[in-house]
Design a protein around this ligand. Structure first.
Ligand SMILES: [Zn+2]
Length: 171
């Protein structure tokens, strides 16, 4: 299913608008009757995930998936070369998962295990980089990494709020 129909009630004239949203859409839609702005949206095209493994201490696997993250984690965990199941540390919604992954990997190049999708760095630092590239706070954050937060768009960037786990204490 690559498109979905939704019904949006106009806040101004109360008319119902029938809108089709397709994968990859990024647009603003106006009321067909009164032309008031109904909504602006981008579709979620995939996810950026951060995984740890209890048998690979200190390493994070950071990648993207266009399928549900849980499916991807199960698939990676069932591989024969993996000593223990991966644990989901966080995942982020992404409008451009493949591009975002490349940008993240480039920014974390100094921490990368050569030729692998594994990175050696603290989780808070990795979260900070992924947040800055995906431009949003995590859709899921493992409770041991702190409370989930909601980022607020501000002029010139994003305000991650005071609850950002570990970032302030990092140098
Ligand atoms: Zn209207």
């Amino acid at each position: 299913m690559d498109s979905v129909e939704i019904l949006v009630i106009c806040h101004q004239c109360r008319n119902e608008n029938r809108i089709t949203i397709s994968k990859g859409d990024k647009t603003a839609t106006r009321c067909f009757t009164c032309k008031a702005l109904l909504l602006t949206y981008e579709t979620v095209n995939g996810y950026i995930y951060l995984l740890s493994n209890p048998k690979m201490s200190g390493l994070l696997k950071i990648g993207f998936s266009t399928r549900p993250v849980e499916e991807r984690v199960a698939e990676l965990s069932s591989a024969t070369g993996v000593p223990a199941p991966f644990e989901l540390e966080a995942y982020f919604l992404s409008t451009e998962p493949e591009v975002h992954e490349q940008q993240i990997h480039a920014k974390l190049a100094a921490h990368r295990i050569k030729g692998k999708e594994f990175f050696e760095l603290p989780i808070p630092r990795a979260l900070q980089v992924v947040e800055s590239i995906c431009q949003r706070s995590p859709a899921y954050l493992n409770p041991r990494n702190g409370l989930a937060r909601t980022a607020i768009p501000i002029k010139g960037g994003w305000d991650w709020g005071p609850g950002k786990p570990g970032i302030l204490s990092e140098t």
